[in-house]
Design a protein around this ligand. Structure first.
Ligand code: SAH
Ligand code: F3S
Length: 455
């Protein structure tokens, strides 16, 4: 799943508050790291805290409770969280009763080590503990050191009302939790537990609530979102049902697992106009030897054939991917295979990573992390350089095209209107081009490094 790109909230339609925040209520500052799934979980946490008598604040200096929703996917992600946590500790100086807690994947991954590493953390709550997060926070505020990291193979957070701090136009709907694939490098099955689907009625309820609040796009989330199944409803059927919701104009999903891309899902993508022509399809490596040792379940050729089938069915499909260099035993030849697969597929964009050992995976236990750091670094530079070429070419190919751009708000610098094309390319329009939630026709006139211009 792609790392989260935070969009600033602007004048977008706001979800109505369920209750008016009481200014005397204890204040929580919640910061999110990691993937879209974590952003969606933070919305769940906020919703539960709101109902439990807490109010949200945007400034940690005003907080009685600081929560960090963490990511454990790579060593670097964990390092960033530790850095940030110790930075936030300074607020204790003004408020000795300040509670600092961590939630999410690091809480699960490092449950036994948190006390030694960061004794000032008094709340540790895993991804299946959010239903009772307000009570856990109450206990931590009462002076207890609270650890709740039980994984629950049933918990899908039915009937809750997430409270998202997003743009109010594009909203996440979690349709699946956990992961059963056990790719040999990955910590997710250990931190998020077994795969389970959210009931279709619950997915629809959530998407309808978003539509009622003025959202125009839903992004269906799961670690292997297209392996979704609930009783006799599969992912293709779910997509079709979500597409019937009035008010929702666009549907995206992330991340699909290459092996689980059924012809039925491809057909829905081809025939259902609300489903955007965009897929994030993690390749990881172009070497069959690596793919096998990662236990990804597909070969390089099968992946390339799937890309062919998708592109044939969905014209103008935008394709992004995840690539990981320096996995255990990766040779120069394996690396060359990744570069050649990239040239063959020509992804529109990619998230690129150096492998890091997570301590508890199959690779940690049975394989040797033997690619030297400097070689990992050089290989990462190779893939980034090649991808930049492809990304620029992909942007340039959009120039002159007319797209339906969904307005999300104002650009970070505040001098443009920020919108999103069906392909997920960001589009910058003149200020005043429309209101958040409007769909406007835009002719692409140029590009910046990261966005399309329609000025
Ligand atoms: N469910 C997604 C992946 C989620 S993790 C899927 O479809 O496969 C997001 C990305 O992080 C992965 O695709 C992988 O490229 C990267 N990643 C996972 N574990 C990693 C590790 N130990 N070291 C480096 N990168 C890793
Ligand atoms: Fe991780 Fe593989 Fe699942 S990358 S999230 S174990 S599909």
């Amino acid at each position: 799943m792609a790392d989260l790109v935070q969009l600033r909230r602007s004048g977008a339609p706001q979800p109505p508050e369920t209750t008016q925040a009481d200014p005397s209520a204890p204040a929580v500052y919640l910061e999110t790291f990691g993937c879209q799934m974590n952003a969606a979980d933070s919305a769940l946490i906020s919703g539960q805290l709101g109902r439990g008598g807490y109010r949200a604040v945007q400034d940690p200096a005003e907080a009685d409770v600081i929560l960090i929703n963490t990511c454990a996917i790579r060593e670097k992600a964990e390092d960033r969280v530790w850095g940030r946590t110790s930075q936030l500790l300074k607020h204790r100086a003004d408020n000795p009763d300040l509670v600092i807690g961590i939630t999410g994947c690091m809480a699960e991954h490092l449950k036994d080590k948190v006390a030694a590493r960061a004794p000032y953390i008094s709340l540790v709550a895993g991804p299946d503990s959010y239903r009772s997060i307000a009570e856990l926070v109450d206990r931590a505020r009462g002076g207890e050191s609270v650890v709740d990291v039980k994984l629950d193979k049933e918990e899908v957070y039915d009937e809750l009302d997430p409270h998202a701090d997003d743009d109010g136009v594009s909203g996440f709907v979690t349709i699946q939790r956990g992961c059963d694939k056990f790719c040999t490098f990955c910590v997710v099955p250990y931190t998020r537990g077994r795969e389970r689907g959210v009931a279709p009625r619950e997915v629809l309820r959530h998407a309808r609530v978003l539509a009622e609040r003025g959202y125009k796009e839903v992004v269906l989330l799961g670690q292997t979102v297209n392996s979704y199944v609930y009783e006799d409803v599969d992912f293709a059927a779910l997509l079709k049902t979500v597409a019937q919701i009035d008010g929702i104009e666009r549907i995206r999903f992330t991340s699909p697992y290459p092996v689980d891309f059924s012809p039925r899902v491809i057909e829905v993508m081809a025939t259902e106009p609300k489903v955007c022509p965009q897929v994030h399809l993690p390749l990881q490596s172009g070497s069959d030897v690596m793919l096998q040792s990662m236990r990804r379940g597909y070969s390089r050729q099968q992946f390339i054939d799937l890309v062919g089938a998708l592109r044939e069915a969905v014209p103008h499909l935008a394709l992004s991917t995840d690539l990981m260099v320096g996995f255990c035993g990766e040779t120069d030849e394996d690396h060359a295979q990744t570069l050649s697969a990239m040239r063959e597929v020509r992804f529109d964009s990619a998230f690129m990573f150096k492998y890091s050992d997570r301590g508890i995976t199959y690779a940690s236990r049975k394989l040797v992390d033997d690619v030297p750091p400097e070689v990992k670094g050089a290989r990462l530079r190779d893939v980034i350089e090649l991808q930049e070429e492809h990304t620029h070419a992909s942007h340039n190919a959009q120039v002159g095209k007319t797209v339906d751009a969904l307005i999300l708000g104002t650009s970070k610098r505040g001098d443009k209107t920020l919108a999103c094309a069906p392909t997920y390319h960001k589009v910058l329009l003149p200020l005043g081009a429309g209101e958040p939630g409007d769909l406007v026709r835009a002719t692409i006139s140029g590009t910046t490094g990261h966005s399309l211009l329609a000025l």
